[in-house]
Design a protein around this ligand. Structure first.
Ligand code: FES
Length: 252
């Protein structure tokens, strides 16, 4: 089987050895059909067992193998080597997260933001023993957002998170919309209140980078824009209801 040489320049960091990061170049023989994760595993097996990166499922399910490849956040297990041949490939950790070692970043803040939106169904009370059913249209509305695997690579592409780490971030706002739009969840008002600020939907720059890089085709910016529209509609409705209230009209 034909093989080719892939040249990878990998950003390394090991605080026990060196307080600064450095770049190291590896040449590795790859075959058609291999992906970047397999290439890194080959380097680890054959050249440097200390090279550190996360992975688990190898099939774009666990979301743990996110990294930056030539400036774009990707899942390594979903990046075919064919796409990388013929150029020196720069591999770096996902931007905006503290680096623990080599390509491993600290995702604590990501999961802290995730916990803040209480990402589980708060079912509406029901007095029947029947399941709470959804229509096909309602299900279709939340389907794209259910696909999120919490890999966090959208955070690495998000200028708003890069500027302000308190911004809840694309994946988290997409998840908030997933529960907001779920007719079985009783928190629609509460969720809108939670995201109606600069940390939430108003902090987004709507540059759609998160949509572009998501390996599961989740569209966080669409969710953000939909929640903005709902908030504005609520504001308008409450403005008009105040205007039409008899208390606002001086008695003749
Ligand atoms: S190893 Fe699980 S998503 Fe890549």
């Amino acid at each position: 089987m034909n093989s080719s040489t892939l040249i990878l320049k990998i950003k390394r960091y090991n605080p026990e050895k060196n307080p600064s990061s450095w770049e190291e170049t590896f040449e590795v023989e790859v075959r058609k059909g291999m992906n970047l994760l397999e290439t890194l595993l080959r380097i680890q097996d054959e050249q440097d067992p200390t090279l550190s990166f996360r992975y688990s499922c190898r099939g774009a399910v666990c979301g743990s193998c996110g990294m930056n490849v030539n400036g774009e956040p990707v899942l390594a297990c979903r990046t075919p080597v064919e796409r990388l041949l013929g150029k020196v490939v720069l591999i770096e950790p996902i931007p905006f997260f503290p680096v623990i070692r080599d390509l491993i970043v600290d995702m604590s803040l990501f999961f802290e933001h995730y916990r803040q939106i209480k990402p589980y169904l708060h079912g509406k009370p029901t007095d029947s023993d029947r399941e709470s059913l959804m229509t096909e249209t309602e299900r279709k509305e939340i389907d794209p957002y259910i696909q999120c695997i919490l890999c966090g690579i959208c955070f690495g592409a998000c200028p708003a998170f890069g500027r302000d780490a308190q911004f809840l971030g694309p994946a988290i706002l997409a998840k908030a919309y997933r529960f907001f739009a779920d007719p079985r969840d009783m928190r629609s008002e509460e969720i809108l209140k939670e995201v109606n600020n600069q940390r939430g939907v108003w902090g987004c720059n709507t540059v759609f980078q998160c949509v572009k890089v998501c390996p599961k085709e989740v569209p966080p910016t669409h969710a953000i824009v939909k929640m903005r529209k709902k908030i504005l509609n609520h504001r308008l409705a409450s403005f008009f209801s105040r205007c039409s209230s008899p208390h606002n009209h001086p008695s003749k």
